[in-house]
Design a protein around this ligand. Structure first.
Ligand code: UGA
Length: 446
């Protein structure tokens, strides 16, 4: 194995930080993860994660056991030791607003800078931030660093997807670094030498571009999804098949088929908040119009949730009160237990608020969803959820749900009614088996 010499710290051990720390250890570095939450540090040290991510607990355990990875709440431990410090704390949507909350990034950077005594270290921002943040933090670092300590800052956005976090971190499709000196870029090349050896595209740029690449990528993905969902609104009205339409335009290489799956829309901790934060930031810069279209992207997306609920009402002849409805899938996407801004949870809550007797089943998301909406009925199996249901609504395309056939459910449900809000089941087969079956992006004839 290559001899690696850099000591790496990762500040913030949530989704991004825990993955980054484990993957840096996998690449051969000595790594310390730092977090202000002692409980999180204790469980990570045992290789236990407070969230679901395939392959990550095993990787953490492997490197905690090998001694290459450890976790602490004590920032001073890394200040005297680290050569490269990654900032990987969250930038959630600000409460009561649409911008990004930078409290954690600012607090982590300040506390880190004050603790750094090893000269020549590099601080690398990974968090998703509004453009201009890196330049501001660069100045903060220079102002607050300890006397005699040389310190620099770089920005290196992360593009990992939940559910594929380890794979995306170890084998990224590109690496983007915003730096102010060649020495800083050289140090990051050393960190990412393994990926560079595989000819991974390396984009070396300034702070502003690096920050914007991240939000531009997420805004583009959100736009693709809302674009196809806007057409779904049309095919729902005039007829036509949204999936065939997506397939047909997707054959054009310039368009591509990915992220053109119409349905109940996007959710999660990234796409929704990132498009809102981007609009807010450009408005602050006096450019209200440049990103105005993202408001429409957001609105199209939110309308999809209402449409899924409207379909449920249609199938129940507008009377949901007291009706047992099974909602399958409550996470924002499969292979995750994340319910932040999750379309399925929103649909379930709306049906519940309208008086339906909602029974939710998700392979991983029930626990998190119950913290947000304790009043919904959560059950531990698909069978329990659909038993005697008047209507089944599929809102997250877990494999377990995609594999369903009419025969699996027909003896369990009270009535053969189904809303496939992710368009993943073969409608013709369900209709042939006598189900009243609706999808989003297809006209529903009752
Ligand atoms: C997203 C980006 O894909 C990552 O590249 C980025 O690093 C990450 O945000 C982040 O900023 O940290 P993620 O939030 O894990 O990743 O989820 P995606 O796989 O992008 O899915 C987002 C949502 O779009 C899900 O609710 C999914 O169901 C929905 N979606 C996706 C559709 O409705 N249709 C599609 O065709 C694709």
């Amino acid at each position: 194995m290559r001899r690696v010499t850099l000591n790496i710290s990762v500040i913030g051990t949530g989704y991004l930080g825990a993955t980054h720390a484990a993957c840096m250890a996998e690449l051969g570095f000595d790594v310390i993860g730092v977090d202000v939450d002692p409980e999180k540090i204790e469980s990570l040290s045992r290789g236990e994660l407070p969230f679901h991510e395939p392959g990550l607990p095993e990787l953490i355990r492997k490197h905690v056991d090998s001694g290459r990875l450890r976790f602490t709440t004590d920032m001073s431990e890394v200040g005297a030791w680290g050569d490269v410090h990654f900032i990987a704390v969250g930038t959630p949507q600000v409460k009561g607003g649409t911008g990004a909350d930078l409290t954690y990034v600012d607090a982590a950077t300040t506390s880190l800078v004050r603790s750094i005594t090893k000269s020549g270290a590099l601080i690398v921002g990974k968090s998703t931030v509004p453009v201009g943040t890196a330049a501001r933090l660069y100045d903060l670092v220079q102002e607050q660093k300890n006397p005699g300590v040389e310190l620099s800052l770089a920005w290196n956005p992360e593009f990992l997807r939940e559910g594929f976090a380890v794979e995306d971190t170890l084998r990224p499709d590109r690496l983007v670094v915003g730096t102010r000196t060649e020495a800083d870029e050289a140090k990051l090349r050393e960190v990412y030498a393994e990926a560079l050896g595989r000819d991974t595209p390396w984009v070396s740029t300034d702070f502003e571009t690096a920050e914007l690449v991240k939000v531009a990528a997420n805004a583009f993905l959100a736009t693709k999804i809302s674009f196809i969902n806007a057409f779904a609104e049309v095919t729902e009205t005039v007829g036509g098949d949204i999936t065939t339409l997506a397939d047909a335009i997707g054959f054009d290489d310039r368009i591509g088929r990915k992220f053109l799956n119409a349905g109940v829309g996007f959710g999660g901790g990234c796409l929704p908040k990132d498009i809102r934060a981007l609009q807010t930031r450009v408005a602050e810069l006096g450019l209200d119009h440049s990103m105005k279209f993202l408001d429409e992207i957001d609105q199209i997306n939110l309308r999809r949730r209402k449409k899924a609920v409207a379909r449920a009402f249609e199938l129940l002849d507008q009377d949901v009160v007291g009706k047992k409805i099974a909602v399958l899938g409550i996470t924002f996407k499969p292979l995750s237990d994340d319910v932040r801004d999750a379309p399925g949870l929103d649909v379930a809550a709306r049906l519940f608020n309208a008086g339906a007797d909602v029974h939710v089943y998700d392979p991983e998301g029930n626990k998190n969803a119950a913290k947000r909406y304790p009043r919904l009925g959560y059950v531990d199996s698909l069978t329990e959820a659909v038993k005697d249901a008047e209507l089944v609504v599929l809102t997250t395309e877990w494999n377990e749900f995609k594999a369903l056939t009419p025969a699996d459910l027909q003896d369990l449900v009270a009535a053969k009614r189904f809303v496939d809000a992710r368009n993943v089941l073969p409608a013709a087969q369900w209709e042939a088996a006598g189900w009243t079956f609706a999808q989003l992006g297809r006209k529903f004839n009752g």
